[in-house]
Structure formats: C-alpha cells, structure tokens
Design a protein around this ligand. Structure first.
Ligand SMILES: [Zn+2]
Length: 111
C-alpha cells in the first residue's frame, strides 16, 4: 500500500501512463532480481521513497532508481523497509543470492 506522501506520485498521469509502463517494458515484464523469472507486476524504487526525497526527481522518477519486481520480491522489499524504519541504524536494503531482501549495517555486515 502506498504511503500517504507517495500517493500524489503514484496517482499522477506521468507515473501511470509513462514511467511505470516504461520500467515494466524495459524489463520485459520479468522480475529484475537475479534468478527470478516471475512476472514483474510492481515498479520498485531501489532507493526507497521517503518524505524527504519524494520531490527529488532523481529518486522518485529516475529510471536508474526504478526496477520491475514480482509480487513476492516487492513484498520482501516492503517487509525489509518496515524493519529498517524500526532500526534506523541499518543502511541498505539489498537482495541476496537467494532473492531474500537483506539489510546491511554501516560496517557492511548483514542484519
Ligand atoms: Zn522476483
């Protein structure tokens, strides 16, 4: 579910008619997580949207920060984002070789 601050972006014509379909077409509607061949149904912000960066087009709308994900990987990413909110000391959300979303600590260790 989109957070309140991101709703204007996801409801915008440019997102719905241009950005989202372009990202899904770029990945041929296949999830972009390595080894996953499921249908991409979601467009994910690699650097996740926050109230601070939602108006930064380099984060919100740049194709380099967007990728197509299947429902399972999008759920994984969302779960990791929620954990990150509870543990702000953790840094990045990445996907490991098994397609599991992982958080890294500032030292580079896995959470
Ligand atoms: Zn996937």
């Amino acid at each position: 579910m989109a957070k309140d601050y991101s709703k204007p972006l996801y409801n915008s014509t440019i997102w719905k008619n241009i950005i989202r379909p372009a990202v899904l077409a770029r990945c041929h509607y296949i999830c972009e997580i390595e080894g996953c061949c499921d249908v991409a149904t979601e467009v994910d912000h690699i650097i996740e949207l926050t109230p601070d960066n939602i108006n930064d087009p380099r984060i919100a709308c740049d194709y380099r920060n967007l990728r197509g994900l299947c429902g399972r990987h999008h759920k994984e990413k969302t779960k990791a984002e929620q954990m990150k909110q509870r543990h702000p000391e953790l840094e990045a959300i990445m996907f490991d070789e098994h397609g599991q979303a992982v958080l890294t600590s500032p030292g580079g260790g896995r959470f």
